[in-house]
Design a protein around this ligand. Sequence first.
Ligand code: MOS
Length: 750
Amino acid sequence: MADTLPLDSAANARHGSSIGQPLTRRDGVLKVTGQARYAADNHPPGLLHAVLAVSRIARGRVAFLDLAAAKAHPGVVEVMTPANRPLLAQDPDEKQGPFSFRLDLLQNDHVRYAGQPIAVVIAETLEAATEGATLLAPRYEAESTRLGLDAGEAFVPPAIGAGSPPEVRHGDIEAGLAGAAHRIEATYETPAQYHNAMEPHAIVASWDGNRLLVDTPSQGLAWARARLAGLFGIAPEDVHVRSPFLGGGFGSKGLISGPQILGAVAARMVGRPVKLVLRREQMYGPVGHRAPTQQVLRLGAAPDGGLTALAHHVRTVTSSFDDFYEAACDVSHTLYASPAIVTTADAVRVDTGTPIFMRAPGEASGSIALESAIDEMALACGMDPLEFRLRNYAEVEPISGKPFSSKALRECYRQGAERFGWAGRPLAPRQMRDENGLLVGWGLGTATFPAIMFQGQARAVLRRDGSGLAELGAQDMGQGAWTALAQIAADSLGLPLARLEFRAGDSNLPDAGIAGGSGHTATAGTALHSAGADAIGKLAALAMADERSPLFGAGNAGVIAREGMLLRRDDESRGESFAAILGRAGLEEVEGRGHGAADAAAQEHYAMHAHGAVFAEVKVDPELGQIRATRLVGAFAAGRIINPRLVRSQYYGGMIWGVSFALHEKAVLDRRSGRVMNADLAEYHVPVNADVPSLEAILVEEIDPHVNPLGVKGVGEIGITGSAGAVANAVWHATGIRPRRFPIGPEALI
Ligand code: MOS
């Protein structure tokens, strides 16, 4: 893996700035030495263990549970079922705002998917609880299972994602197709995928009267706290959620899940602390998944390769009882210029758990189809895939007509192509072989993901001893968020990182929004940035009003904060330390408060997206059809880069997921039982080291003056979006066979 010099880190270092430094993760040593305490590592005194019993059928009702047998097992303390579960203040089937899902909290004996919790066994030991759950030996009254894109009840999605309606029409699509010199129509299929974070969902819950303390992994602490408070009918202040470390989330820990809540209900029921940890196979049901899609792309192009029409239809599934919808056609709203663009969507209701967002929701599934279709059209036009994409480059956002707040995609194409060695790629497939006779193919995919922001708050303090504090309820899923956020906080307070105390991961701290939608650094970072500015502003006001300060009367020229000093902007040789200002004022500290959110006016005027270009090489065994991705080069532009090491790591992770999407990952559901047949990490394939190609991520400079004061877009999800299509297109180039069903297996090639 290449480690080219990070963007302007040398310049930043000269100015003592933390932003731009390729720092390692703050919590890295704790993690690799086993000192990081994850939720399930907590063992409060008196702890009991809870184990879920889950449904083996996908639809019907639980007719019988052998409670006597389970309760008779030594060590079993209680069995919680719909018959005795403590009352909740809210109906779990009632939605609480747009970002909430209906939950399965043992509200009745109905079964609506395989893997749904039907009872919780609570025991003195994990072994006893596990055995107790087995002894329940449920009997069911089963109804037929509705599964697959061709079954189930029709469902028209409501407004989705960032608010896109299920149908978007721009220009005259039929005229665009009719008048085209080249037309393609193709159907692509993507499978159900499951998040498979290394750390399963887990909770340790303790009650103290009406106050609840939980240790649980969460991508959104304040939302989790609000949901728990609502369900238990207590004040949010009486719920304390601690989430210092997460072993991955990928969206499945964005909202607190049913099983996590059941752990807290169980603790309430028995009056003792309870730990509940999902087994790996229990992750395939009640905690969300990426819905399968079937996507029909119809494209028209003029003789010169200019698109005349782009129609993207997606059919997907949702559960029988909720309405999450995979917005896979959003990608066609932004990526290529076309006088006519139509996207339509529908779905069927099936008997699975509710699908939810999974890393690069919408774009991951949508872009592998769109990028494949674009590749097919480039071929139809006899054009190089890169030349074709440049021919159809969107100078403004195609449907809205808005200018982009920044868009360095052209530069991504250029730098990526150069680094990869794209020039000289033969247009026709099956032209390249390696020294062992394997077919070699090269493919390209464009990456895109919207620059989203949520709402976040932060608090920053400057102390008389020259140190600072920044705190907010931010989450770190493992991506290094706390490191990047601490870098932002240190700069905003004008302090070296070593003098900053940084606190996060606790719901008692200011609500930092959700670590999702690739918007956490932008949101929480902006909150920290403004909190720091607020604190510095207060300090500057003290100094500028004080005749004894060298900053007295700095007035409109203003001051800058650097390395614990305030300096006159018009004469940096004049200044004084924070400590001196606070000391003279007789204050121990000054406090700043900050808020981070999207700027509505800027959003009104600009389209905001990160972009990238991914170039992939695959090798295919012509006899066995075995496919290996051997080399990926991604060039990404995502605004300002806070920490190039961590950002590169996010891109690598995304690119590996792209390889996974194209070649490995797929949940296999049994249509009769509705069960996931490969519900473990042995059979649900994700790339292992041997599957990971040589990776290179290029950080393309992009200055965005509009997206937020920091100029930060997001980097967590975009890496999947170009990479999956690039690998699929490389498989075509190696073999001449166009993959339209993912993941691509040997059966497609021989
Ligand atoms: Mo991400 S799927 O928004 O955690």
